[in-house]
Each structure stands twice: as C-alpha cells, then as structure tokens.
Design a binder for this molecule. Structure first.
Ligand SMILES: CC(C)(COP(=O)(O)OP(=O)(O)OC[C@H]1O[C@@H](n2cnc3c(N)ncnc32)[C@H](O)[C@@H]1O)[C@@H](O)C(=O)NCCC(=O)NCCS
Ligand SMILES: Nc1ncnc2c1ncn2[C@@H]1O[C@H](COP(=O)(O)OP(=O)(O)OP(=O)(O)O)[C@@H](O)[C@H]1O
Length: 205
C-alpha cells in the first residue's frame, strides 16, 4: 500500500520513528543500513571507493575505515560528491528492490524508507507520502555531541553537509516535531500509523 519516505537531518529522530512504525507492522528499509551492506569487503561499491579514495580508506581486514572516509568527505564538498556518485545509485537500486519485494510479499504492507538524504538525491519520486522528522540544527548538533560523542566541530560539519531545514520542510507532506521529548515524537508517530494502516494515505494503484 503506501510507500512512505521518512527523511530528516542527522540525529533528527528518524530511527526512533522508524522503529516505532516497524513495531506496529511497517516494513522499514533503512538507507544507512543498505549502504553498510553495499560497503562490505568484496562488494563493487567498496572496490570503487578504494579506487577513488585510495587503499588508505581500508582497514587491515579489508573493511571500510569509516572514520577515515568520514574525515575526508565531511571536510570537502568535492570529495563528498564523488563518494555520493559512487554510493547513491547503488543504494537507490537496492532499496527499490527491497520495496518491490515487500509489496510482492504482501501488497497491503506499509513500506517506510528511512533516508537521510532525500532532498539531496530527489531524482526519483515514487512516494505516496514524504514525512520529515524535524528538530532544529542546534538541537541535532547538541544530540550528536551528547549522545554520539562527536566533537562539536564534527557535528557541525555533518549538519552543514546536508540540506537546510528549510529545503527539507519544503518537500514535507507531514512533519513530525522531534524537538520535544521522545514521548511526543512517539505520539505523533502513532497518529501517523493510524492513518497509514487505515488506508487514509494515498494507496498505490
Ligand atoms: C562517510 C561514511 C563512511 C561515514 O560513516 P559513519 O559510520 O561515520 O556514518 P553513518 O554511515 O552511520 O551515517 C550517519 C549519518 O551521517 C549522515 N551522512 C552519511 N553520509 C552522508 C553524506 N554523503 N552526506 C551528508 N550526510 C551524510 C547521515 O545523516 C547518516 O544518517 C558513510 O556515512 C558513507 O559511506 N556515506 C556515504 C553514503 C551516504 O550518503 N549515506 C547516507 C544516505 S544514503
Ligand atoms: N523528541 C525526540 N525524538 C526523537 N529522538 C530524540 C528525541 N529527543 C531525544 N532524542 C534522541 O535523539 C537521538 C536521535 O537519534 P536517531 O537515531 O533516532 O536519529 P536519526 O535521525 O535516525 O539519525 P541518523 O541520521 O544519524 O541515522 C536518539 O538518541 C534519541 O533518543
């Protein structure tokens, strides 16, 4: 049934919302998790990254050195665009395959795509609903420092590498305010689920 894109800046609360929707019965496809699978040793995406950024981006066991690559791409727009050009088409294709698989298994499934970079890579637009998790950049930066141990400079660099809050809000069909406490986020998520599961949101033909 509905294909829902759930986007928001880093640490906006997308996973909190996606986990709740999954516990209610949605099938969630997590773009960050798909990326990690595509970056496993031996996968073409990882080989292309090593080609483009050097073997220094690999750890001794052949896996991706995420900290090293992050240090390069969140400090340099051109490098980040090169990485995006390698990774994003592969993530989009694999994610679309997973949407199809879920809908073939059960056409009534609510499929939710948890994707941080929707505004940035919006060539394809198959969504019945775009949901934006919104907490202001300063809140997200404070979370990255307090909860994920980032330095403030690193947190600001990640936020700056993403679309602005204004651009994200401009594409939202629904906004979940994630600037309050988690209970407030979950209550809004449950209200959304009621509408999604009752077919109140654009059923796909
Ligand atoms: C640079 C990498 C190795 C850093 O890995 P790390 O483990 O530190 O971060 P992780 O992958 O868990 O991402 C955490 C968050 O960072 C942000 N982020 C990741 N990549 C990007 C990017 N290219 N541009 C802007 N923000 C990004 C997202 O909000 C994401 O949720 C990794 O993020 C990566 O390969 N990114 C490129 C792929 C990508 O764009 N992924 C995001 C959406 S598909
Ligand atoms: N009102 C709120 N709604 C959601 N999360 C909140 C809220 N208040 C605090 N948090 C905390 O903020 C963090 C948000 O992280 P979460 O992983 O849900 O975000 P995300 O958008 O998925 O991040 P990423 O882009 O890195 O994947 C969590 O640790 C969560 O507990």
């Amino acid at each position: 049934m509905p294909l829902v894109a759930l986007t928001g800046g880093i640490a906006s609360g997308k996973s909190t919302i996606a986990d709740r929707l999954a516990s209610r019965g949605a099938v969630v496809v997590d773009a960050d998790a798909v990326v990690r699978e595509l970056q496993q040793p031996g996968m073409p995406v990882l080989l292309a990254i090593a080609d483009a950024f050097g073997e220094g981006m690999l750890l001794a066991d052949g896996s991706l050195d995420r900290a090293a690559l992050g240090a390069v791409v969140f400090a340099d727009d051109e490098a980040r665009q090169r990485l995006n050009a390698i990774v994003h088409p592969a993530v989009a294709a694999e994610s679309a395959r997973r949407f199809r698989e879920a809908l073939e298994r059960d056409p009534r499934t609510v499929v939710v795509y948890d994707v941080p970079l929707l505004v940035e890579a919006r060539a394809d637009d198959p969504w019945d609903l775009v949901v934006v998790a919104h907490a202001p950049a300063e809140t997200r930066i404070a979370r990255l420092v307090a909860l994920r141990g980032m330095t403030e400079a690193d947190a600001r660099a990640r936020v700056a590498s993403q679309a602005s809050d204004e651009r994200r809000l401009a594409i939202a069909d629904e906004v979940i305010d994630t600037d309050g406490d988690v209970e407030h986020t979950l209550a809004q998520t449950d209200a959304l689920w009621e509408r999604l599961s009752s077919g109140d949101v654009g059923a796909r033909s």
